[in-house]
Design a protein around this ligand. Sequence first.
Ligand SMILES: *Cc1c(COP(=O)(O)O)cnc(C)c1O
Length: 379
Amino acid sequence: MCNEGKQMKYNIPFKTGQEINYISEAISKNNFQANGPFTKRVKAFFETRFQMGHVYLMHSCTTALEMAAILINAKAGDEVIMPAYTYVSTANAFALRGCKIVFVDVDSNFNIDLDAVEHAITNKTIAIVPVHYCGLSCDMDRLMDLANSHGIYVIEDAAQCIDAKYKDNFLGSIGHIGCISFHETKNIQCGEGGALIINDHSLLEYTDQLVDKGTNRKAFLKGQIQCYTWQTLGSSPLISEISAAFLLSQLESIDHVTQHRLALHNIYLSILGSIEEVICMDVPDYNTFNGHFFYILCQSAMGRTDLMNYLHDHQIQSLSHYEPLHQSVAGHNYGSFRGDDINTTKGAHRILRLPIYCQLTANDVTYICNTIKEFYHGK
Ligand SMILES: *Cc1c(COP(=O)(O)O)cnc(C)c1O
Protein backbone atom coordinates (compact mmCIF):
# COMPACT_ATOMS: atom_id res chain seq x y z
CA MET A 1 0.00 0.00 0.00
CA CYS A 2 1.40 3.38 -0.97
CA ASN A 3 0.11 6.89 -0.56
CA GLU A 4 2.20 8.41 -3.35
CA GLY A 5 4.07 10.74 -1.03
CA LYS A 6 0.90 12.60 -0.02
CA GLN A 7 1.16 14.46 3.29
CA MET A 8 -1.76 13.60 5.53
CA LYS A 9 -2.40 16.40 7.94
CA TYR A 10 -4.38 15.87 11.07
CA ASN A 11 -7.04 18.32 9.89
CA ILE A 12 -7.84 20.44 6.85
CA PRO A 13 -10.65 23.01 7.30
CA PHE A 14 -13.86 22.17 5.44
CA LYS A 15 -14.83 24.34 2.45
CA THR A 16 -18.02 24.05 0.39
CA GLY A 17 -16.98 26.32 -2.49
CA GLN A 18 -20.29 28.18 -2.07
CA GLU A 19 -19.10 30.50 0.71
CA ILE A 20 -18.09 33.22 -1.74
CA ASN A 21 -21.54 33.36 -3.36
CA TYR A 22 -23.27 33.95 -0.04
CA ILE A 23 -20.65 36.49 0.98
CA SER A 24 -21.21 38.40 -2.28
CA GLU A 25 -24.94 38.33 -1.63
CA ALA A 26 -24.37 39.60 1.92
CA ILE A 27 -22.25 42.48 0.61
CA SER A 28 -24.89 43.44 -1.93
CA LYS A 29 -27.53 43.71 0.78
CA ASN A 30 -25.70 46.56 2.51
CA ASN A 31 -26.33 45.08 5.94
CA PHE A 32 -23.04 44.12 7.51
CA GLN A 33 -23.80 44.31 11.22
CA ALA A 34 -25.23 41.53 13.37
CA ASN A 35 -28.75 40.12 13.06
CA GLY A 36 -29.15 40.75 9.33
CA PRO A 37 -30.74 38.42 6.76
CA PHE A 38 -27.98 35.77 6.84
CA THR A 39 -28.03 35.56 10.63
CA LYS A 40 -31.80 35.06 10.38
CA ARG A 41 -31.32 32.27 7.84
CA VAL A 42 -28.76 30.54 10.08
CA LYS A 43 -31.18 30.81 13.01
CA ALA A 44 -34.01 29.38 10.92
CA PHE A 45 -31.69 26.52 9.92
CA PHE A 46 -30.94 25.78 13.58
CA GLU A 47 -34.63 25.79 14.41
CA THR A 48 -35.71 23.37 11.68
CA ARG A 49 -32.63 21.12 11.53
CA PHE A 50 -31.63 20.98 15.21
CA GLN A 51 -34.78 22.07 17.05
CA MET A 52 -32.82 24.91 18.66
CA GLY A 53 -35.11 27.93 18.80
CA HIS A 54 -33.00 30.51 20.61
CA VAL A 55 -29.58 30.76 19.02
CA TYR A 56 -27.15 33.70 19.21
CA LEU A 57 -24.24 33.61 16.75
CA MET A 58 -20.99 34.66 18.43
CA HIS A 59 -17.34 35.28 17.62
CA SER A 60 -16.39 31.94 19.18
CA CYS A 61 -17.49 29.19 21.53
CA THR A 62 -15.14 30.82 24.03
CA THR A 63 -17.26 33.99 23.81
CA ALA A 64 -20.45 31.94 24.19
CA LEU A 65 -19.07 30.31 27.36
CA GLU A 66 -18.12 33.73 28.73
CA MET A 67 -21.62 35.05 28.02
CA ALA A 68 -23.10 31.96 29.71
CA ALA A 69 -21.08 32.71 32.86
CA ILE A 70 -22.39 36.28 32.92
CA LEU A 71 -25.98 35.14 32.27
CA ILE A 72 -26.06 32.88 35.31
CA ASN A 73 -24.45 35.67 37.38
CA ALA A 74 -21.40 33.58 38.24
CA LYS A 75 -19.29 35.46 40.77
CA ALA A 76 -16.45 35.22 43.29
CA GLY A 77 -17.06 32.47 45.83
CA ASP A 78 -19.16 30.37 43.45
CA GLU A 79 -17.94 26.93 42.45
CA VAL A 80 -18.23 25.51 38.94
CA ILE A 81 -17.71 21.80 38.32
CA MET A 82 -16.14 20.64 35.06
CA PRO A 83 -13.97 17.79 33.78
CA ALA A 84 -10.20 18.24 34.22
CA TYR A 85 -9.83 17.00 30.66
CA THR A 86 -11.03 19.95 28.60
CA TYR A 87 -9.94 22.98 26.64
CA VAL A 88 -8.86 26.11 28.53
CA SER A 89 -11.91 28.10 27.37
CA THR A 90 -14.26 26.03 29.52
CA ALA A 91 -12.40 27.07 32.67
CA ASN A 92 -11.44 30.61 31.63
CA ALA A 93 -15.07 31.67 31.18
CA PHE A 94 -15.81 31.08 34.87
CA ALA A 95 -12.38 31.95 36.29
CA LEU A 96 -12.82 35.37 34.64
CA ARG A 97 -15.88 35.92 36.87
CA GLY A 98 -13.87 35.01 39.97
CA CYS A 99 -15.36 31.54 40.38
CA LYS A 100 -13.44 28.63 41.82
CA ILE A 101 -13.04 25.87 39.24
CA VAL A 102 -13.67 22.39 40.63
CA PHE A 103 -12.07 19.84 38.32
CA VAL A 104 -13.34 16.26 38.43
CA ASP A 105 -12.34 13.03 36.74
CA VAL A 106 -13.55 11.80 33.35
CA ASP A 107 -14.94 8.39 32.42
CA SER A 108 -13.37 6.05 29.87
CA ASN A 109 -14.84 8.20 27.04
CA PHE A 110 -13.21 11.38 28.42
CA ASN A 111 -16.62 12.69 29.50
CA ILE A 112 -17.35 14.10 32.96
CA ASP A 113 -17.72 11.31 35.54
CA LEU A 114 -21.14 11.66 37.17
CA ASP A 115 -20.22 9.85 40.39
CA ALA A 116 -17.37 12.35 40.78
CA VAL A 117 -19.78 15.22 40.08
CA GLU A 118 -22.17 13.97 42.74
CA HIS A 119 -19.37 13.98 45.33
CA ALA A 120 -18.08 17.39 44.26
CA ILE A 121 -21.35 19.33 44.70
CA THR A 122 -21.43 21.73 47.67
CA ASN A 123 -23.76 24.57 48.65
CA LYS A 124 -21.43 26.89 46.69
CA THR A 125 -21.88 25.02 43.41
CA ILE A 126 -23.60 27.24 40.87
CA ALA A 127 -23.08 25.25 37.66
CA ILE A 128 -21.89 21.99 36.13
CA VAL A 129 -20.25 22.16 32.71
CA PRO A 130 -20.23 18.83 30.86
CA VAL A 131 -17.79 18.90 27.93
CA HIS A 132 -19.09 16.57 25.24
CA TYR A 133 -15.72 15.23 24.20
CA CYS A 134 -15.47 14.30 20.54
CA GLY A 135 -19.22 14.85 20.01
CA LEU A 136 -20.17 12.20 22.60
CA SER A 137 -21.79 12.86 25.97
CA CYS A 138 -22.24 11.59 29.48
CA ASP A 139 -25.66 10.27 30.58
CA MET A 140 -27.44 13.62 30.22
CA ASP A 141 -30.70 12.41 31.82
CA ARG A 142 -28.82 11.56 35.00
CA LEU A 143 -26.87 14.83 34.92
CA MET A 144 -30.00 16.96 34.42
CA ASP A 145 -31.82 15.15 37.26
CA LEU A 146 -28.82 15.67 39.55
CA ALA A 147 -28.47 19.37 38.68
CA ASN A 148 -32.19 20.13 38.86
CA SER A 149 -32.51 18.42 42.25
CA HIS A 150 -29.82 20.82 43.58
CA GLY A 151 -31.03 23.90 41.65
CA ILE A 152 -27.74 24.08 39.73
CA TYR A 153 -27.29 25.23 36.13
CA VAL A 154 -26.01 22.89 33.43
CA ILE A 155 -24.02 24.64 30.72
CA GLU A 156 -23.08 22.30 27.90
CA ASP A 157 -19.68 22.84 26.31
CA ALA A 158 -20.93 21.38 23.04
CA ALA A 159 -18.07 22.96 21.05
CA GLN A 160 -17.43 19.73 19.13
CA CYS A 161 -21.03 18.64 18.81
CA ILE A 162 -22.71 20.11 15.76
CA ASP A 163 -25.21 17.48 14.48
CA ALA A 164 -24.56 15.07 17.39
CA LYS A 165 -27.33 13.78 19.65
CA TYR A 166 -28.01 12.37 23.08
CA LYS A 167 -31.08 10.12 22.61
CA ASP A 168 -33.58 12.25 20.64
CA ASN A 169 -32.05 15.65 21.38
CA PHE A 170 -29.16 17.46 19.78
CA LEU A 171 -26.27 18.19 22.12
CA GLY A 172 -26.37 21.84 23.13
CA SER A 173 -30.17 21.81 23.44
CA ILE A 174 -30.39 19.84 26.71
CA GLY A 175 -28.76 21.93 29.46
CA HIS A 176 -29.99 25.37 30.53
CA ILE A 177 -27.46 26.81 28.09
CA GLY A 178 -25.43 25.23 25.27
CA CYS A 179 -22.27 26.51 23.54
CA ILE A 180 -21.14 25.34 20.09
CA SER A 181 -17.96 26.18 18.13
CA PHE A 182 -17.43 26.96 14.44
CA HIS A 183 -13.66 27.28 14.72
CA GLU A 184 -11.86 26.04 11.61
CA THR A 185 -10.90 22.81 13.41
CA LYS A 186 -14.56 21.85 13.93
CA ASN A 187 -16.87 19.91 11.57
CA ILE A 188 -18.65 23.09 10.43
CA GLN A 189 -16.61 26.28 10.49
CA CYS A 190 -16.46 29.97 9.67
CA GLY A 191 -12.87 30.57 10.76
CA GLU A 192 -13.75 31.85 14.19
CA GLY A 193 -17.35 31.48 15.32
CA GLY A 194 -19.71 29.99 17.86
CA ALA A 195 -23.29 29.76 19.02
CA LEU A 196 -24.95 30.39 22.36
CA ILE A 197 -28.09 28.28 22.71
CA ILE A 198 -30.56 29.42 25.37
CA ASN A 199 -32.79 26.56 26.49
CA ASP A 200 -33.89 28.08 29.82
CA HIS A 201 -36.33 30.72 28.58
CA SER A 202 -36.17 32.71 31.81
CA LEU A 203 -32.70 33.79 30.61
CA LEU A 204 -33.87 35.16 27.25
CA GLU A 205 -34.73 38.69 28.28
CA TYR A 206 -31.31 39.26 29.83
CA THR A 207 -29.57 37.54 26.90
CA ASP A 208 -31.14 40.00 24.44
CA GLN A 209 -29.73 42.91 26.45
CA LEU A 210 -26.39 41.26 27.24
CA VAL A 211 -25.55 40.70 23.56
CA ASP A 212 -26.51 44.28 22.68
CA LYS A 213 -24.13 46.13 25.02
CA GLY A 214 -26.53 45.92 27.96
CA THR A 215 -29.16 48.04 26.22
CA ASN A 216 -32.84 47.67 25.30
CA ARG A 217 -32.05 48.22 21.62
CA LYS A 218 -34.19 45.22 20.63
CA ALA A 219 -37.33 46.99 21.84
CA PHE A 220 -36.15 50.15 20.02
CA LEU A 221 -35.69 48.24 16.73
CA LYS A 222 -39.22 46.85 17.11
CA GLY A 223 -40.49 50.44 17.46
CA GLN A 224 -41.63 49.89 21.04
CA ILE A 225 -39.53 52.73 22.50
CA GLN A 226 -38.23 56.08 21.19
CA CYS A 227 -34.58 55.58 22.05
CA TYR A 228 -32.54 52.83 23.62
CA THR A 229 -30.55 53.20 26.81
CA TRP A 230 -28.08 51.37 29.05
CA GLN A 231 -30.02 48.90 31.20
CA THR A 232 -27.50 46.39 32.52
CA LEU A 233 -24.02 44.93 32.04
CA GLY A 234 -23.46 43.84 28.47
CA SER A 235 -21.04 43.19 25.66
CA SER A 236 -20.84 42.90 21.87
CA PRO A 237 -20.32 39.22 21.06
CA LEU A 238 -22.40 38.82 17.87
CA ILE A 239 -20.90 38.02 14.44
CA SER A 240 -21.18 40.12 11.30
CA GLU A 241 -23.23 39.16 8.26
CA ILE A 242 -20.03 38.21 6.39
CA SER A 243 -19.34 35.43 8.89
CA ALA A 244 -23.02 34.44 8.99
CA ALA A 245 -23.07 34.10 5.18
CA PHE A 246 -19.95 31.88 5.28
CA LEU A 247 -21.49 29.81 8.07
CA LEU A 248 -24.82 29.32 6.29
CA SER A 249 -23.11 27.85 3.26
CA GLN A 250 -21.26 25.42 5.53
CA LEU A 251 -24.36 24.42 7.48
CA GLU A 252 -26.22 23.61 4.28
CA SER A 253 -23.59 20.88 3.71
CA ILE A 254 -24.00 19.33 7.14
CA ASP A 255 -25.41 16.02 5.90
CA HIS A 256 -22.46 15.47 3.58
CA VAL A 257 -19.97 16.42 6.32
CA THR A 258 -21.42 14.09 8.94
CA GLN A 259 -21.88 11.18 6.52
CA HIS A 260 -18.34 11.43 5.17
CA ARG A 261 -16.81 11.58 8.63
CA LEU A 262 -18.87 8.61 9.82
CA ALA A 263 -17.84 6.58 6.77
CA LEU A 264 -14.16 7.22 7.61
CA HIS A 265 -14.84 6.46 11.28
CA ASN A 266 -16.26 3.06 10.30
CA ILE A 267 -13.20 2.19 8.21
CA TYR A 268 -10.93 3.05 11.15
CA LEU A 269 -13.03 0.86 13.45
CA SER A 270 -13.22 -2.08 11.08
CA ILE A 271 -9.43 -2.27 10.53
CA LEU A 272 -7.99 -1.04 13.84
CA GLY A 273 -10.55 -2.99 15.88
CA SER A 274 -8.56 -6.15 15.18
CA ILE A 275 -5.24 -4.78 16.52
CA GLU A 276 -4.80 -6.01 20.08
CA GLU A 277 -2.28 -3.34 21.05
CA VAL A 278 -4.71 -0.43 20.73
CA ILE A 279 -8.18 0.35 22.02
CA CYS A 280 -10.51 2.18 19.64
CA MET A 281 -12.88 4.90 20.83
CA ASP A 282 -16.36 3.73 21.66
CA VAL A 283 -19.71 5.39 20.85
CA PRO A 284 -22.32 4.91 23.62
CA ASP A 285 -25.70 3.54 22.47
CA TYR A 286 -27.46 6.72 23.60
CA ASN A 287 -25.39 8.98 21.29
CA THR A 288 -25.81 9.70 17.58
CA PHE A 289 -22.28 10.51 16.54
CA ASN A 290 -20.97 13.29 14.25
CA GLY A 291 -17.50 11.80 13.58
CA HIS A 292 -15.70 14.77 15.08
CA PHE A 293 -12.51 12.91 16.07
CA PHE A 294 -11.26 9.40 15.68
CA TYR A 295 -8.92 8.35 18.46
CA ILE A 296 -7.20 5.26 19.79
CA LEU A 297 -5.67 4.56 23.18
CA CYS A 298 -2.09 3.31 23.09
CA GLN A 299 -0.69 1.11 25.86
CA SER A 300 1.56 3.84 27.30
CA ALA A 301 2.81 7.37 26.70
CA MET A 302 6.07 5.94 25.37
CA GLY A 303 4.30 3.57 23.01
CA ARG A 304 2.26 6.51 21.78
CA THR A 305 5.37 8.58 21.02
CA ASP A 306 6.87 5.68 19.07
CA LEU A 307 3.69 5.27 17.02
CA MET A 308 3.42 9.03 16.40
CA ASN A 309 7.01 9.10 15.14
CA TYR A 310 6.41 6.08 12.92
CA LEU A 311 3.30 7.71 11.43
CA HIS A 312 5.20 10.98 10.97
CA ASP A 313 7.88 9.10 9.00
CA HIS A 314 5.05 7.85 6.76
CA GLN A 315 3.73 11.40 6.20
CA ILE A 316 0.79 10.97 8.58
CA GLN A 317 0.16 13.59 11.25
CA SER A 318 -1.39 12.32 14.48
CA LEU A 319 -2.00 14.26 17.69
CA SER A 320 -2.38 13.77 21.42
CA HIS A 321 -4.81 16.18 23.08
CA TYR A 322 -5.38 18.23 26.26
CA GLU A 323 -2.95 18.47 29.13
CA PRO A 324 -5.22 18.00 32.19
CA LEU A 325 -6.14 21.49 33.39
CA HIS A 326 -5.61 20.82 37.10
CA GLN A 327 -1.92 20.26 36.31
CA SER A 328 -1.51 23.62 34.53
CA VAL A 329 -0.26 26.88 36.10
CA ALA A 330 -3.64 28.61 35.84
CA GLY A 331 -5.43 25.43 36.88
CA HIS A 332 -3.56 25.59 40.21
CA ASN A 333 -4.32 29.29 40.61
CA TYR A 334 -8.01 29.21 39.78
CA GLY A 335 -9.13 25.74 40.73
CA SER A 336 -8.40 22.35 42.19
CA PHE A 337 -9.17 18.71 41.59
CA ARG A 338 -11.87 17.10 43.74
CA GLY A 339 -12.01 13.30 44.06
CA ASP A 340 -9.61 10.79 42.51
CA ASP A 341 -7.80 11.14 39.20
CA ILE A 342 -8.40 7.63 37.89
CA ASN A 343 -8.86 8.22 34.15
CA THR A 344 -7.84 11.81 33.39
CA THR A 345 -4.05 11.69 33.50
CA LYS A 346 -3.83 8.10 32.33
CA GLY A 347 -6.10 8.81 29.36
CA ALA A 348 -4.26 12.04 28.48
CA HIS A 349 -1.02 10.04 28.19
CA ARG A 350 -2.49 7.34 25.98
CA ILE A 351 -4.85 9.11 23.57
CA LEU A 352 -3.83 9.48 19.92
CA ARG A 353 -6.06 11.28 17.43
CA LEU A 354 -5.87 10.26 13.77
CA PRO A 355 -6.71 12.33 10.68
CA ILE A 356 -10.42 12.75 9.88
CA TYR A 357 -11.88 15.42 7.60
CA CYS A 358 -13.95 15.75 4.44
CA GLN A 359 -11.05 15.87 1.97
CA LEU A 360 -9.65 12.58 3.34
CA THR A 361 -10.63 9.51 1.29
CA ALA A 362 -11.43 5.91 2.22
CA ASN A 363 -8.10 4.93 0.62
CA ASP A 364 -6.25 7.43 2.79
CA VAL A 365 -7.78 5.96 5.94
CA THR A 366 -7.02 2.43 4.81
CA TYR A 367 -3.38 3.50 4.27
CA ILE A 368 -3.25 5.04 7.76
CA CYS A 369 -4.71 1.88 9.32
CA ASN A 370 -2.30 -0.37 7.45
CA THR A 371 0.62 1.80 8.53
CA ILE A 372 -0.48 1.34 12.15
CA LYS A 373 -0.78 -2.42 11.61
CA GLU A 374 2.72 -2.44 10.15
CA PHE A 375 4.06 -0.57 13.18
CA TYR A 376 2.79 -3.28 15.54
CA HIS A 377 3.10 -6.41 13.40
CA GLY A 378 5.70 -5.59 10.72
CA LYS A 379 5.19 -5.77 6.99
C1 LIG B 1 -12.90 24.23 20.25
C2 LIG B 1 -13.33 24.16 21.67
C3 LIG B 1 -13.60 25.32 22.42
C4 LIG B 1 -13.30 26.70 21.90
O1 LIG B 1 -14.01 27.03 20.76
P1 LIG B 1 -13.66 28.40 20.03
O2 LIG B 1 -14.80 28.57 19.07
O3 LIG B 1 -12.35 28.23 19.34
O4 LIG B 1 -13.62 29.47 21.04
C5 LIG B 1 -14.07 25.17 23.71
N1 LIG B 1 -14.29 23.97 24.25
C6 LIG B 1 -14.03 22.83 23.57
C7 LIG B 1 -14.30 21.52 24.22
C8 LIG B 1 -13.53 22.89 22.26
O5 LIG B 1 -13.26 21.76 21.59
